[in-house]
Design a protein around this ligand. Structure first.
Ligand code: HT7
Ligand code: ZN
Length: 863
C-alpha cells in the first residue's frame, strides 16, 4: 500500500485560474464538460506533464487550446497530459469531457443520488470522481458552473456562489449558471439538484449588508427547519462579535440530505448537511438533537473563514481548519447556554467526549499527532485526534495568551493568510508574533502523539507556611514515535483554603520537572489543578480522599468539582467496591442543593463511561468492569431513592414545551432520576415510565422514558417499542433512534441477548446497508457503543463485527473503516477476548477486495 508523507510535500507544478464546468445531470450517465485555465506553478519546469487526478470516470475527449489533443496517458487514478504548448510555461486551456454514474455511487463521495436528488461530497478527494482535476487543496480557482437537468424531475439547481443565469431548454430540460466570486480548492465545490423547498430569511450583517439565508430540504421536512435557521443566524452574529468576521457572500445556503457519510460539509456558500443535523421539532427531536444542530450549523458556518477563506496547504494540515473550527463551535455553544454554570456543563461534556474517544485513540494503533506525518487513506484521518484534541490545542493558545491575545493572533492570521492555503506552523507563528511570545516549545503539540501525563507531588511545610508543588511530565505515544521533547502545558490551578485567600493562577509547565513554592499558607491547602481542563493531559496524582471530597463539595471551578467526583467513583469501581457512605452523602448533598444547576447535578451523578474505565486498566475484562460499574450504579440508585423520587417530581416542566437551556437541564435531570428509580425499584417505577412515555409532548421525555424501560429490561419495554415504531414509522430520523436504542441495550439477565436482537434488526425491512445513518444506528451502535453486549467471551460479537466490516467494505469504504476501528485496542484486553479479537481482525485482513480505507485500519491494528 502507498503511504503519503507530510515531509514529501511539493508545491503544485501547475495551478488553475478560471474553471468552467457544464454538467448535464442524469442518474445513470452524467456528462461533465470542463474548461480549465491552466497556469505554470511556482516551481514549474519546462515540458512538465500536466497530471490530473480522476477516479471511476469514463473519459470522452480532450482538447488543449481548442485543438483535439492526443498526447495523453490514462492510468488508474490519473490523466497525464503531455506535449503542452510552450512546454507549459505559459497559460493554456484544457477542455475535457467525461462521464460518471451517480445512481450507482454508494460510496457517497463525488456525485451521487439520494432519494432521487443529486448531491456532491468532495472533501477530501471526491472531486476527482466528478472530473479529471488538480484535486489538491493548495490549488485554488474561480468557478463558473452550469447545471442542466430535466426540469420536472430536478426543478432546483444549486451550486456555490451567486446565481447568474437560468434558462429553459428544449425537451423539458433547463439550466442554471452559478458563479463563485471567491477562489477555492476543489474540495469546497458542491452541487445539488432535485425536488427541494426552502425556508428563507434575509438578515443585515455588521457592515449593513443584506444577506439571503436559505435552508433547502424535501418539501415534507420544511416544518422542521426553524431551529437550524435560528442557529445559523445566531452563529453569524456571534462570529461578528467575537472575531469580527462577517459573512462574505450575498447568499448562504444549507441543504439537508439523508444519505451522508459524516455530519455536514462546509462547501463555499452551499453547506450540505446530514438531515440529522438540520431537522428538528420538539415531537421528533431530543434536547441533545437540538443542541447538536446548533453546534454543527455553527461549525460549518465558522468554516467559511477558518477553512474556506484560509484553507489547508495539504491534508496533513487538516487540524488547522478542524481543530480551530471545533474550538470556535465549542465557544459558541458554551456562550449560547446563557450562564456560567451552563458554560461549565458544556465544557464537561466536551471533555467527556475527548476522554472517552480521543484518549483511547491516542494510546492505540491508530495514534497520530494532530498533524499526522503519514497516511494511506486521508478519509481515515478525520479523527477525534485531529478534531477534538486539535480543538484543545487551540484552546491552550487562548489559555496562554488570554482571550484578547488570542483575538490578536486570529486577526494577524487573517491579515497574513486570507485567500491562501497554509500550514499549522503559520497559525502558530501568527499567535506568537501577534503577542510577542516565544511559542517554540508549543509546537510539539503538533508533532507528538500520545496523551501527556503530568505527575504531581505536593508537600506542605507548616513551620515555613509553604506549599511545594512539583510537576513532572511524561508521554508514551501509541504509534512508536520516540518522544524527546517536553510539551508546553498551561495548567490553571488554585489552592483551596478555609480562608479562601488564594487566587487562581496559570502555571506553565515547559520542562520535564518543575517546582513551585507558594508562601504564606497558614494551613495545608487542597490542590485544584488543571482547572477547566486547561490542558488535554492525564493527571497522575494520588490526591487524598479527604482532599478529593473537599473539592467535590467546595471547588469553585465546576469542572474540577465534577472531576473530583469522577475520580472518587472511578477508584471505587476499579477496585470493585460499592460507594461508601461518605460518597453517598456527597451525592445527596449535590442532589439536594437548591442552588446547583440541574444539568450539573446530572453530570455529577453520571459515572465514568466503560471506555474511560478501560483506559485505566492493564488487562481489560469488559464483563468485570461492566458488572462492577452496574453494581455501583445500583447502589447509588437505591441508597438515594428518596432523593431521586423527589427530583423526579421537582424537575417536571409544566406548561407548553420550551427548548431553552434551563428547561432542557430539568428534563435531563428528571430522566436521569427516572433511570435511577427504574434501576432501584423497577416494578414500582415501570408504570410511571410508561405513563411518561404515553403522555409526553416532546421527544426528550418520550424517548427518555422508553430508554429507561429498555435499559432496565422491563417487560413493558416491548409494547412501548412497538408503539414507538408505529407512531413514527414515516420519520426516518426517529426510526434511527428506535434501531439505535435496541442495539445499545446493555445485557439484561434472562432476556434475549443484544447480539440476537441486532441480528434481527439487520433483517428488518427498514434496515438499509447503503444508508449510513441507519447502519450507524444498528451496527456501529452495537459494536462501538455497547461494550458489555459486544465483548462476549465466546467471540460471537467479533464474528458479527467481521462480517459487517466486510459487507460494508463493498458498499461504502468510509463507513466500513469507521466500524473497522472497533477492535483497535485488542491488545489491552484480557483473555479470551484478546485472542478472539485478533482472530476476527485476521479474518478481515485476509479477505479479498479490501478498500484502502479498511486495509489501512486493519493492518495498523494487527501491527
Ligand atoms: N469538513 C467536513 C469533512 C467531511 C467529510 C470528510 C470525508 C468524507 C465525508 C465528509 N463529509 C464532511 C466536515 C467538517 O468538519 O465540517
Ligand atoms: Zn469541520
Amino acid at each position: 500500500p502507498h503511504s503519503f508523507r507530510r515531509l514529501e510535500y511539493s508545491p503544485p507544478t501547475y495551478t488553475l485560474g478560471q474553471v468552467a464546468l457544464d454538467i448535464a445531470l442524469d442518474p445513470a450517465h452524467t456528462i461533465v464538460k470542463s474548461r480549465l485555465e491552466v497556469l505554470p506553478g511556482p516551481h514549474h519546469a519546462a515540458d512538465a506533464p500536466l497530471i490530473l487526478q480522476g477516479e471511476e470516470l469514463e473519459f470522452v475527449s480532450l482538447r488543449v487550446n481548442g485543438e483535439v489533443h492526443r498526447q495523453f496517458e490514462l492510468s488508474p487514478g490519473f490523466l497525464k497530459i503531455l506535449a503542452l504548448p510552450d512546454g507549459g510555461q505559459k497559460a493554456f486551456i484544457v477542455e475535457i469531457i467525461c462521464a460518471c454514474a451517480p445512481a450507482t455511487n454508494t460510496s457517497l463521495m463525488g456525485l451521487y443520488v439520494s432519494n432521487g436528488n443529486f448531491f456532491t461530497q468532495c472533501e477530501a478527494e471526491g472531486f476527482r470522481k466528478i472530473t479529471y482535476f488538480l484535486d489538491r487543496p493548495d490549488v485554488m480557482a474561480r468557478y463558473r458552473v452550469t447545471l442542466r437537468a430535466i426540469e420536472a424531475d430536478y426543478p432546483v439547481l444549486l451550486s456555490n456562489g451567486n446565481l447568474i443565469d437560468t434558462e429553459k431548454l428544449p425537451n423539458g430540460w433547463h439550466l442554471a449558471t452559478w458563479e463563485d466570486p471567491f477562489p477555492k480548492p476543489s474540495y469546497l465545490f458542491a452541487l445539488v439538484a432535485g425536488k427541494l423547498e426552502c425556508l428563507e430569511e434575509t438578515i443585515t450583517t455588521s457592515s449593513g449588508a443584506t444577506k439571503l439565508l436559505q435552508i433547502w430540504v424535501e418539501p415534507a421536512d420544511l416544518k422542521k427547519t426553524r431551529h437550524a435557521m435560528d442557529s445559523l443566524i445566531a452563529a453569524i452574529h456571534w462570529d461578528e462579535k467575537r472575531f469580527g468576521l462577517e459573512l462574505d457572500l450575498e447568499r448562504f445556503m444549507i441543504v439537508a440530505v439523508s444519505d451522508f457519510n459524516m455530519g455536514a460539509m462546509e462547501n463555499k456558500g452551499l453547506n450540505i448537511f446530514n438531515t440529522k443535523f438540520i431537522l428538528a421539532q420538539p415531537e421528533t427531536a431530543t434536547d441533545a438533537d437540538f443542541a447538536n444542530i446548533e453546534s454543527v450549523v455553527a461549525h460549518e458556518y465558522f468554516h467559511n473563514w477558518t477553512g474556506n477563506r484560509v484553507t489547508c496547504r495539504d491534508w496533513f494540515q487538516l487540524s488547522l481548519k478542524e481543530g480551530l473550527t471545533v474550538f470556535r463551535d465549542q465557544e459558541f455553544s458554551a456562550d449560547q447556554m446563557g450562564s456560567e454554570s451552563g458554560r461549565a456543563v458544556r465544557r464537561i461534556d466536551d471533555v467527556r467526549v475527548l476522554r472517552q474517544l480521543q484518549f483511547p485513540e491516542d494510546a492505540g494503533p491508530m495514534a497520530h499527532p494532530i498533524r499526522p506525518d503519514e497516511y494511506e487513506e486521508i478519509n481515515n484521518f478525520y479523527t477525534v485526534t485531529v478534531y477534538e484534541k486539535g480543538a484543545e490545542v487551540v484552546r491552550m493558545y487562548q489559555t496562554l495568551l488570554g482571550v484578547e491575545g488570542f483575538r490578536k493572533g486570529m486577526d494577524l492570521y487573517f491579515q497574513r493568510h486570507d485567500g491562501h492555503a497554509v500550514t499549522c506552523d503559520d497559525f502558530l507563528a501568527a499567535m506568537a508574533d501577534a503577542n510577542g511570545r516565544d511559542l517554540s516549545r508549543f509546537k510539539y503539540w503538533y508533532s507528538q502523539s500520545g496523551t501527556p501525563k503530568v505527575h504531581v507531588a505536593e508537600r506542605y511545610d507548616a513551620s515555613l507556611q509553604q506549599y511545594h508543588l512539583t510537576l513532572s511530565q511524561s508521554c508514551t505515544p501509541g504509534d512508536g514515535q520516540t518522544l524527546k521533547n517536553a510539551f508546553h502545558i498551561p495548567l490553571k490551578m488554585r489552592l483551596l483554603t478555609a480562608s479562601n485567600d488564594q487566587a487562581e493562577q496559570l502555571l506553565e509547565l515547559t520542562q520535564e520537572n518543575q517546582t513551585w513554592v507558594f508562601e504564606g499558607l497558614a494551613e495545608r491547602p487542597a490542590l485544584s489543578l488543571n482547572r477547566g481542563f486547561s490542558a488535554p493531559i492525564q493527571l497522575k496524582f494520588a490526591q487524598s480522599q479527604d482532599d478529593l471530597m473537599h473539592l467535590f463539595f467546595a471547588d469553585d471551578d465546576a469542572f474540577n468539582r465534577w472531576e473530583s467526583g469522577q475520580t472518587l467513583a472511578m477508584q471505587l469501581i476499579l477496585d470493585n467496591h460499592l460507594p461508601d457512605s461518605a460518597l453517598i452523602d456527597a451525592y445527596r448533598h449535590i442532589l439536594t442543593d437548591p442552588d446547583l444547576d440541574p444539568a450539573f447535578k446530572e453530570l455529577a451523578l453520571s459515572l465514568p463511561a466503560e471506555s474511560y474505565l478501560y483506559e485505566q486498566c492493564v488487562e481489560v475484562d469488559p464483563q468485570h468492569i461492566h458488572n462492577a460499574r452496574r453494581a455501583f450504579r445500583h447502589a447509588v440508585a437505591s441508597e438515594l431513592r428518596l432523593e431521586w423520587a423527589a427530583l423526579y417530581q421537582q424537575m417536571q416542566t409544566p406548561g407548553p414545551f420550551s427548548p431553552d437551556a434551563v428547561s432542557a437541564a430539568k428534563r435531563a435531570l428528571k430522566n436521569c432520576a427516572l433511570n435511577m428509580l427504574l434501576e432501584a425499584d423497577p416494578l414500582i417505577w415501570a408504570p410511571m415510565a410508561v405513563n411518561q412515555y404515553q403522555t409526553a409532548d416532546n421527544m426528550t421525555d418520550r424517548y427518555g422514558a422508553l430508554a429507561a424501560l429498555v435499559i432496565c429490561g422491563s417487560k413493558e419495554a416491548q409494547a412501548c417499542l412497538k408503539d414507538f415504531y408505529t407512531r413514527f414509522e414515516g420519520d426516518t430520523l426517529v426510526i434511527d433512534k428506535w434501531f439505535a436504542l435496541q442495539a445499545s441495550r446493555p445485557p439484561v439477565k434472562g432476556a434475549q441477548s443484544t447480539l440476537e436482537a441486532v441480528q434481527q434488526l439487520r433483517q428488518h425491512a427498514a434496515f438499509k446497508m447503503n444508508n449510513p445513518n441507519r447502519v450507524r444506528s444498528v451496527i456501529h451502535a452495537y459494536c462501538l457503543n455497547n461494550p458489555a453486549s459486544f465483548h462476549l467471551a465466546d467471540g460471537s460479537g467479533y464474528v458479527f463485527w467481521a462480517e459487517a466490516v466486510l459487507a460494508l467494505n463493498a458498499v461504502n469504504p468510509q463507513i466500513a473503516a469507521r466500524l473497522a476501528r472497533g477492535l483497535d485496542r485488542w491488545r489491552n484486553f484480557a483473555q479470551p477476548f484478546q485472542s478472539q479479537m485478533l482472530a476476527a481482525l485476521q479474518r478481515v485482513a485476509t479477505s479479498p477486495g479490501l478498500s484502502a480505507d479498511v486495509r489501512e485500519v486493519i493492518n495498523k491494528a494487527i501491527g
